[in-house]
Design a protein around this ligand. Sequence first.
Ligand code: PMP
Length: 313
Amino acid sequence: MKCSNGDNFSQGHLAPYGKIELSPFSGILNYGQGVLEGLKAIRTKDGRVQLFRPEENAVRMKMSAERLCMPSPSTHQFLDALKQTVLANKRWVPPEGKGALYIRPLLIGSGPVLGLGPAPEYTFLIFATPVGNYHKRASTMNLYIENEVRRATPGGTGGVKSITNYSPIILVTKARAKGFTDVLFLDAATGKNIEEVSSCNIFFVKDNVILTPRTSGTVLPGVTRKSIIEIARDLNYMVEERDVPLEDVLAADEVFCTGTVVEVTAVASITHQDKRIEYRTGEETVFHKLRVVLKEIQTGVVEDKMGWTMLID
Ligand code: PMP
């Protein structure tokens, strides 16, 4: 689907997976004019295929595009393209419990631009690929707190899914080489508060109260984060969205991460400088209760009272 800058997006089409052509002058290659999304199509217990809260991804892509002053497809166009992509790839959705079809919507400045200015043309595209279960790869996470590199700065793009947010991704490779699963970032303003992990949000549990960093422009408002907060409040847990200083990391009983890829995964340890703090994991945790409820909704095991799932038939 393409648009001339300022115009509505034209009707798109399905195409077999393959390379795309881009001008070396394109806005995405030269100035990082691009935003992305990520979601999964999941096979339910009875063999049907469903998406989880896709409107949230549509709205977030719009918000990301606005932040980067880019035009974006309408929510209707986003959802229609998504449904068509999943329908055409239904056979690639793994059986229930064996993974999902990962879907990546991309919106890029595809037209040529040399001087600073908006690209004259934008492209919205979606590709999809089957993925296995994250929990097979990592049943728990071991994080380290990054002391030098900050993921997001106040007034920057950390609160949206801009492609450029992911460029310090090499840090994850370094973390893995040292035996950690991922990197936990601090805020740039004070260097004292926890923000999020490179591709997921983080929660802390202390005495049954759930804490998570507020999303005030430097933390991505995750769809899974939002859903877990709603589930937790529905189960009468107290949830606080606020600054989470390092003291809360030291004091927590449990820690867990949320995201489309990691789903809801327990954090077994966090390392800060030379100190390693370990947390409760296992089935007797708040984390586990929340995870089970979310999973049951996503896989159609329980009735979706929240109206969060969209069947693709
Ligand atoms: N934070 C970042 C930086 C992410 O890339 C993601 C993945 N989209 C998340 C949090 C989790 O968001 P969601 O639950 O919507 O996948």
